[in-house]
Design a binder for this molecule. Structure first.
Ligand code: GLN
Length: 448
């Protein structure tokens, strides 16, 4: 049931929300997806339950980012998105599983074990917000919040068959989101449909003085303004398709044909070689991660190693025991690209490439309203696909450019292959989430 329909029904049924939460808890208990790592709930029983990724602070809850190192850390305050949810008749309910510190595309690197894809349990649910997407697609969450640094909302939404929105950088406060890569991170909704997505986006968005990168502009009301009748100029990027499997290529073409048939203008565009996008992203995000994760040293947050003889050992043991392999790899890589001898060659160079990438998107968007692109080069893959770290990074080609450019993008299911969903994304102009939601609603209605 969509959130507005449910809200209407609940007006007539005072105990409805508590019953809903009880039913959810029973279903979660019976589920083998491992989408949740806890089912704490808000004490206010009049608010609709929203599942929360384990890197968003909820006062009094243990928040761990799927990492051993943060076990035992109790959030002393609410993230701004949690305060905002509560002002809009929603409340946090349950923590969802994720790749450790949001680094990954499978949710398999969590210290709580992997989450399964509800469409096929041998397949990954995507990541890093795989717990949120699996919960929504698996019918054990009404809707959820995730975070997207390089695709972590859109890609799991695509793999599990739900809707995911990565808002414009600065649109949603990052206050209380555990930082992975501060210049790329954004919190956003993962929902069953586009209408719910608009509702939840409106609830969490808006200026926040507690986040210095928050944009001082009017909060949106996209839900009320939803209009699926617009005729748009839609850019397509056929050249990028060479990196995608044939089922993704077919779904892309089918979507283009459908949009064209419905009266939208399709315009072919080109983008920079995608290998530069991957390289720039992985230099910048690891650099920022190495700096952000320096605070987890056993002194202030979470777990501290035992049997220590001096301070150096405290740092060394706590971090060696507490972080998983991928996090360590990225801290090492990030420290390397920031080191004095290599700073100009890697970090500064990547920042320059980032500017070029942002400029490219903006040039295309001067001429078009939105860009249509695949979300991932394949459908959900098997847990035993044994991808190397580099192969895993290459999976992100369609999503990370959007974060480098700070733009908004929405992913929605358009097709499937062998029972596995295929998502497409619309990328929009900065702060124009409205057009994204409008065109996504249009496509969703057309595909019904
Ligand atoms: N897969 C990407 C990474 O590992 C994106 C992760 C994210 O958006 N948090 O960095």
């Amino acid at each position: 049931m969509s959130i507005p329909t449910l809200q209407e029904a609940l007006k007539l049924d005072k105990d409805g929300i508590q019953e809903l939460k009880n039913t959810l808890k029973e279903k979660i208990q019976a589920s083998d997806l491992n989408a949740y790592i806890g089912t704490l709930e808000d004490s206010d029983t009049n608010l609709l339950p929203i599942a929360i990724k384990d890197n968003i602070n909820v006062k009094g809850w243990e928040i761990t980012c799927g990492s051993e190192i943060l076990k035992g850390y109790i959030a002393p305050y609410n993230a701004t998105v949690i305060e905002n949810l509560k002002r809009s008749s929603f409340a946090p309910f349950g923590r969802t599983n994720m790749d450790e510190f949001a680094m990954g595309s499978t949710t398999a690197s969590s210290c709580y074990g992997k989450t399964l894809n509800p469409k096929n349990k041998d397949k990954v649910p995507g990541g890093s917000s795989g717990g949120s997407a699996a919960a929504v697609a698996g019918g054990i969450a009404l809707a959820a919040l995730g975070s997207d640094t390089g695709g972590s909302i859109r890609q799991p939404a695509s793999f599990c068959g739900c809707v995911g929105l990565k808002p414009t950088y600065g649109r949603v406060s990052r206050y209380g989101l555990v930082a992975y890569s501060s210049s790329l991170d954004q919190i956003g909704p993962i929902t069953q449909n586009v209408t719910d997505c608009a509702l939840l986006f409106d609830a969490i968005a808006g200026y926040d003085k507690m986040d210095s990168t928050s944009a001082k502009i009017e909060p949106p009301n996209t839900f009320r303004a939803l209009n699926s009748e617009l005729k748009l100029r839609i850019a397509i990027l056929p050249e990028l398709l060479k990196d995608a499997d044939s089922n993704i290529q077919n779904a892309y073409q089918k979507t283009i044909d459908l949009l064209s048939k419905n009266g939208h203008t399709i315009i072919e565009k080109q983008m920079l070689d995608t290998s530069y996008i991957i390289a720039a992203y992985y230099v910048i995000c690891t650099a920022e991660a190495s700096s952000n994760l320096a605070r987890f040293d056993g002194v202030r947050y979470g777990r501290r190693a035992k049997n220590l003889s001096n301070l150096k050992e405290l740092y060394l043991k706590t971090r060696s025991e507490g972080f998983g392999d991928e996090v360590k790899r990225r801290i090492l890589l990030g420290s390397f690209v920031l080191s004095s001898g290599y700073y100009d060659a890697y970090y500064i160079k990547a920042q320059k490439v980032r500017t070029l990438i942002a400029r490219q998107y903006n040039t295309i968007l001067q001429d078009c309203d939105v860009i249509l692109s695949p979300v991932a080069p394949s459908v959900a893959f098997s847990f035993d696909a044994c991808k190397t770290p580099l192969q895993m990074y290459l999976e992100d080609i369609y999503t990370i450019g959007v974060n480098l450019a700070g733009l908004p993008a929405i992913s929605l299911p358009v097709d499937s292959d062998g029972g596995l969903p295929i998502g497409m994304q619309f990328i929009g102009k900065a702060f124009d989430e409205q057009t994204l939601l409008d065109v996504a609603l249009h496509l969703e209605n057309t595909l019904k």
